[in-house]
Design a protein around this ligand. Structure first.
Ligand code: ATP
Length: 230
């Protein structure tokens, strides 16, 4: 279980995340919704150890991880797929996956699992990552995170800037991972997509949790309907 308690994060004087307490129980898919600038990226970057200026606690199975360096948090099983899809452009798909594999050892079984999840990556395994489409790079970024065998996968706006048909492929993979029991914290602006797959959701507004509940409860809220569901 991943839990934050009264997590606050700032950029110098700007407080981007305020007293955020959320839970991702084992095997669940939890969504955090919110508009541009609501603090969603800062929240996951703080959990993953990328963002350092923060207070409050982050617990992974009861162990406080908020003061640990990024590599240690990754080793304990928290993997962030950042917004903007970080792949190593000159390396091939297969090399990108191998590079991310747990402890740097090649893991063919795990690589094959990524290829099962994203057949497009299998077709392009010898292609340079930088020459792939945005959607394929998103798949590869998720594949790289999966190569670390994460206990919790943090996905920061996986649908950002992608065509609807590609977003569907990405969301089918998210649903498949969830069905396998992978714990997932999903950051999204696209409430319709996120609420369709989540077990539980939070709405973040100006850095604070404004609402929490089941997808059905959030979908019924006037705030969400007006701002996110059209
Ligand atoms: P988006 O979907 O646009 O990324 P978000 O919900 O992820 O939005 P954040 O990126 O976490 O929001 O930003 C939260 C707040 O922190 C915003 O007010 C933003 O301007 C501010 N912020 C983000 N990054 C920085 C930075 N590097 N320096 C200063 N302020 C920042």
């Amino acid at each position: 279980m991943l839990q934050t308690s009264r997590l606050c994060a700032s950029y110098r004087a700007i407080q981007a995340v305020r007293d955020v307490s959320i839970e991702v129980p084992d095997g669940s898919l939890v969504a955090v919704l919110g508009a541009n600038g609501a603090g969603k990226s800062t929240l996951v970057r703080s959990i993953a150890g990328v963002h350092r200026q923060k207070t409050g606690t982050v617990l992974l199975d009861g162990t406080p991880i908020q003061s640990m360096p990024l590599h240690k948090i990754t080793r304990l099983g928290v993997a962030l797929v950042p917004e903007g899809r970080h792949v190593v452009a000159p390396l091939t798909v297969a090399e990108n996956l191998a590079l991310s594999s747990y402890a740097g050892r090649s893991d063919q079984a795990l690589e094959d699992r990524v290829y099962d999840l994203f057949p497009r990556l299998a077709e392009r395994r010898d292609q340079a990552a930088g020459l792939m489409s945005g959607g394929e790079q998103q798949m590869l970024a998720m594949g790289r995170a999966l190569m670390t065998r994460p206990r919790v996968l943090l996905l920061d706006e996986p649908s950002m800037g992608l065509a609807p048909s590609i977003i569907s492929v990405i969301y089918e993979a998210i649903a498949a991972l969830h069905a396998e029991g992978q714990s997932i914290l999903l950051i999204e602006q696209d409430a319709t997509r996120a609420l369709a797959v989540a077990d539980h959701a939070y709405l973040l507004q100006r850095g604070e949790v404004r609402m929490a509940g089941t997808p059905a409860e959030l979908a019924q809220s006037d705030d969400i309907k007006k701002a996110y569901l059209g």
